[in-house]
Design a protein. Structure first.
Length: 99
């Protein structure tokens, strides 16, 4: 009877260890999958930022091309800085725009 009890405890210990190992590997796999998803989301968000920066540059170029060619003077350079501020405000995600 005592031998059976010891065998039972030994088998129970082995099963418990196997169960713990399975749970640990599942947790590690879950964590890895979650981290991969987070990295994918970050890549996607950075791609959005890059696309917006490219759009911003295209708009700056198109605004620069549509301006009439004037002689360089202080007034024109002031207008350029105002245009840059206006462009920055359009693309600034922190500002609230009325829709």
């Amino acid at each position: 009877m005592e031998e059976e009890w010891l065998r039972f405890q030994k088998e129970l210990k082995v099963e418990t260890e196997q169960s713990t190992n399975v749970e640990q590997s599942e947790r590690e796999e879950s964590t890895a999958n979650r981290q991969i998803e987070e990295v994918d989301e970050q890549i996607h968000n950075w791609q959005k930022v890059l696309n917006l920066e490219l759009q911003k540059e295209k708009i700056k170029v198109s605004i620069g091309k549509t301006k009439p060619d004037l002689e360089s003077n202080d007034i024109e350079s002031d207008n350029d800085s105002v245009d840059d501020v206006e462009i920055e405000s359009v693309f600034d995600w922190r500002t609230k725009h009325a829709v």
